[in-house]
Design a binder for this molecule. Structure first.
Ligand code: PGA
Length: 255
């Protein structure tokens, strides 16, 4: 059975100090929650300090991106081994902002994914269509392409360990979340493809979470769908109470 997976994507928000203050307060709020996998993704500069602050708690830490090489002349880049050493156990890969603003493609997503798995980081791989693609009726074809190319060469066992985040680009930071029907349709499709391409155990174990304008007041209607295993939360994860409410309500939805 998949427990809900709720991740905070802080994007380029929070200093080291702010991240540590957040986690110190948050870890005591969630200390009795053992049935939700909870992750925060600070900016690179705060990964180590936040991981230290979260040590021996139920809160895991993620990087927001990773380079596929182990080391080398790649100014500004961070490797999977470096993230792991800094205390991260997860990494977000292929977020639509990385695809749109920093040149990520399905091919680089695949390389990053392989590197992350090689360093025992759990990848949170983002996929999702733009508004234009949705309006052209291409949503499912875009998801197929992103899954096929992004997860290329992975074994069923590796896919089972992944978190796939379906984030319709038009729903990110816009206040317009996908309706439960839209999210359910996409998630059902993703799960079917995983089953078809990587086998039933992979499809049954892989967490497929939703992202895009998730808030305390809409998390319930989103995760109530059996194929939606949690959420990747941007804006609403910056405030400790709102993020806690999302975690708490994701649980209620599964009981
Ligand atoms: P949002 O961002 O919750 O602010 O829409 C989600 C994301 O980009 O992961």
């Amino acid at each position: 059975m998949r427990v809900p997976f709720i991740a905070a994507n802080w994007k380029m928000f929070k200093t080291v100090h702010e991240g540590v203050v957040f986690v110190k307060e948050f870890r005591s709020m969630v200390k009795d929650i053992s049935d939700v996998e909870i992750v925060v993704a600070p900016p690179f500069t705060a990964v180590h300090a936040v991981a230290e602050a979260a040590r021996n708690s139920v809160v895991g830490v993620a990087g927001q991106d990773v380079h596929w090489e182990r080391e080398g002349a790649f100014t500004g880049a961070i490797s999977a081994g470096m993230l792991r050493e800094a205390g991260a156990e997860y990494v977000i890969i292929g977020h639509s902002e990385r695809r749109r603003l920093f040149g990520d493609t399905d091919e680089t997503v695949n390389r990053k994914l392989v590197a992350a798995l090689g360093s025992r980081l759990t990848p949170i791989v983002c996929i999702g269509e733009t508004l234009e693609e949705r309006e052209r009726g291409e949503t499912l074809a875009v998801l197929d392409r992103q899954i096929k190319a992004g997860l290329d060469s992975l074994t069923g066992e590796q896919v089972a360990s992944l978190v796939l985040a379906y984030e319709p680009v038009w729903a990110i930071g816009t206040g317009r979340n996908a309706t439960p029907l839209e999210a359910g349709e996409a998630h059902g499709h993703i799960r079917n493809r995983l089953r078809q391409w990587f086998g039933a155990p992979a499809a049954d174990h892989c967490h497929v979470i939703y992202g895009g304008s998730v808030k305390p007041d809409n998390i319930h209607e989103i995760v109530v769908h059996p194929d939606v295993d949690g959420a990747l939360v941007g804006g609403a994860s910056l405030e400790v109470r709102a993020f806690f409410d999302i975690v708490a309500r994701s649980r209620q939805s599964t009981v």
